[in-house]
Design a binder for this molecule. Structure first.
Ligand code: BTN
Length: 252
């Protein structure tokens, strides 16, 4: 029974000083049948990846750059739920450890005072319609000073250190994330997405607001109404037409 197994996320940790991207290593390990809960953590990434083909700035010793391998037995379209679940786990870990109050911008940006403190990149290994593994990449700005960020990020990104005014233990944060993620993941496997959806909505800032959703090829402006049970964003545009947004960047 699942409910009793409470210690698999982070049991098998690969720690690296410097890598191109922990996602890349995680893909290889997943392919080689690494067990569920395997984690790759690096002190530095020289080619960190963000969503939508962007780079992810990952300087040495200041942040948490890690990838976690999960192997849920769920249909492919439900995979985005795991991203939302991870965002909740991270927000709760930050709250518990620092008292700061982060918010979630759909689908997976974690903001403090409107600036991005954490990003999540979820990638899949699937064969036909079966998920083999989900690789959850987490990039968290922890102890950077403002000057540690490239100029073009200084207005849009922040770190826990900047917000809190004191250094935050990266290992305590990592442990908190593992604990919360495992707890929520087991809840999800037993009871489905609904309890996670309620938690997520409690932290979400985009819902009920006028937003613009941009994809690489398209943009929609309207009011964010909520998320579907699969984690897809529901928007109503100015003509009253409803849109389902699977992946986009949101401007508030
Ligand atoms: C985003 O665009 O917001 C997602 C950023 C995800 C960054 C993390 S850092 C660890 C993992 N390895 C990568 O190359 N990217 C993810």
């Amino acid at each position: 029974r699942l409910g009793l197994k409470t210690n698999f996320i982070g049991k098998n940790v690969h720690y690296e000083e410097s890598v191109e991207s922990t996602q890349k290593i995680a893909h290889r390990l997943a392919y080689d049948n690494a067990p569920e809960g395997t984690v790759i953590i690096a002190e530095e990434q020289v080619a960190g990846r963000g969503r939508m083909d962007r780079k992810w700035h990952s300087p040495k010793y200041t942040g948490i750059w890690m990838s976690i391998i999960l192997r849920p037995n769920i249909p492919l379209p439900k995979a985005p739920q795991l991203t939302l679940l991870t965002a909740v786990a991270i927000v709760q870990a930050i709250e518990d450890l620092t008292g700061l109050l982060p918010e979630i911008k759909w689908p997976n940006d974690i903001l403090i005072r409107g600036k991005k403190v954490t990003g999540i990149l979820t990638e899949l290994e699937a064969e036909a319609d079966r998920i083999n593994s989900i690789i959850i990449g987490i990039g968290m700005n922890v102890n950077q000073t403002r000057e540690d960020f490239p100029v073009e990020l200084q207005e849009i990104a922040t770190s826990l250190f900047i917000e809190k005014g004191e250094k935050v233990s990266r290992s305590d944060l990592i442990k908190g994330i593992f604990r919360n993620l495992e707890k929520l993941y087991l809840l999800y496997l037993e009871e489905g997405f609904l309890p996670i959806k309620f938690l997520w909505e409690g932290y979400a800032i985009s819902i009920g607001r006028k937003i613009t959703a941009r994809t690489l090829s398209n943009s929609i402006t309207g009011t964010a109404k909520g998320i579907t049970d699969d984690g897809v964003l529901i928007m109503v545009d100015d003509h009253g037409k409803t849109h389902h947004v699977y992946s986009a960047d949101i401007e508030l």
